[in-house]
Design a protein around this ligand. Structure first.
Ligand SMILES: NC(=O)c1ccc[n+]([C@@H]2O[C@H](COP(=O)([O-])OP(=O)(O)OC[C@H]3O[C@@H](n4cnc5c(N)ncnc54)[C@H](O)[C@@H]3O)[C@@H](O)[C@H]2O)c1
Ligand SMILES: O=C(O)[C@H](O)CO
Length: 315
């Protein structure tokens, strides 16, 4: 049987690349010196796209592949895929939900703990001799007993909240509606009101045009000078300019961020701040989870080309 032609938008680890190359005819877009020319040359043969959540597939890429049938996303967030362009052409889309949920929640909670207790600075205090020269490390803020707001109580938001409850935090959350599975936690529909109640505001929303900058100046200032915002979702959910201004003026106490506008480049103003913890979009970055994500990407492609039901369809 001829191998289906797949456009591969970004690199994968070897344990995914090897089986992909065995099963499909992979066209490595990310290695092309002239990406537009490459797309022009291979586009007509392409039946599937394998991409990553943050890379997606835009309308131009989709239109350059007139025989495209399926897009398989390595990631749960599919906001970078032009779903409208896919709907217009009957193109199926899959993602990798559930397998990454716990690791993303773990990292979000770890970011809050590390930042609250000043652990990055404390590590430097030991290594640079400050402990011996200056003595005790400056006191930090307590976590337990405070209130965490979870903006977006989906799969990841729920696991974040569950973990925080285990740390004896009080939980409030916001979403499009109250959730049956969250009866012990208070639902607050207005994000500004949620932020006002929160010492820690976790942003765990699926990103869309509706959620763009949902965390705006008002929400940020409602979290306030003693509060912290933790973003493990997408940069677009926060007005980054307003966030930077609030951090620079201490109208927001601190932030812990795994995602940035224009990443992996980030606004250099972040690097000047000592009240922000910066992470390189690696919330799902464990061997175990990434292997499960890669398998799901392949299994969805295989299912499609075998005429079987998709395992985790978005469209
Ligand atoms: N940092 C990372 O490495 C990383 C890893 C995985 C996922 N993510 C991001 O996390 C997101 C959430 O993943 P998930 O599996 O929990 O998704 P999910 O679909 O289970 O949860 C998203 C939640 O957002 C809510 N929501 C959507 N629009 C809303 C709105 N306008 N107002 C209020 N709530 C709204 C939904 O109702 C849902 O409960 C992903 O879409 C992805 O962008 C980031
Ligand atoms: O959405 C996801 O799963 C991650 O952010 C990777 O894109």
């Amino acid at each position: 049987m001829t191998k289906p032609d797949i456009l591969q938008v970004g690199p994968y680890p070897d344990w995914d690349q090897v089986p992909l190359d065995e099963t499909f005819n992979m066209h490595k877009y990310f290695e092309a010196s002239d990406p537009a020319g490459f797309l022009n040359a291979v586009g007509a043969t392409v039946k599937g796209i394998a991409t990553r959540g943050e890379l997606g597939a835009n309308r131009a890429m989709i239109e350059a592949c007139p025989n495209l049938e399926v897009i398989s996303v390595y990631g749960v967030g599919f906001d970078a895929v032009d779903l409208q362009a896919c709907r217009e052409r009957g193109i199926r889309v899959t993602n990798t939900p559930d397998v990454l949920t716990n690791d993303v929640a773990d990292l979000g909670v770890a970011m809050m703990l590390v930042q609250s207790r000043g652990m990055i600075g404390a590590e430097a205090w030991v290594r640079d001799g400050s402990w011996q020269e200056k003595g005790l490390y400056p006191l930090q803020s307590r976590v337990w007993g405070k209130t965490a707001g979870v903006l977006g109580l989906g799969r990841i938001g729920f696991e974040v909240a569950k973990r925080l409850a285990g740390f004896d935090l009080k939980i409030a959350y916001s979403d499009v509606s109250a959730k049956d599975y969250a009866r012990d936690w208070s639902f607050v529909s207005d994000p500004v009101e949620l932020a006002r109640k929160s010492d820690f505001l976790f942003v765990t929303l699926a990103a869309s045009a509706e959620t763009r900058h949902i965390v705006n100046k008002d929400v940020i200032e409602a979290v306030g000078p003693q509060g912290m915002i933790i973003n493990i979702s997408r940069a677009s959910n926060i007005d980054e300019e307003a966030l930077l201004e609030a951090l620079e003026s201490n109208r927001l106490g601190s932030a812990a961020l795994d995602v940035f506008e224009g990443e992996p480049a980030l606004n250099p103003r972040f690097l000047e701040l000592n009240n922000v913890l910066l992470q390189p979009h690696h919330a799902s970055g464990t061997f175990e989870t990434r292997k499960a994500m890669g398998k799901l990407v392949r299994d969805n492609l295989k299912a499609h080309f075998a005429g079987q039901d998709l395992l985790t369809p978005v469209l």
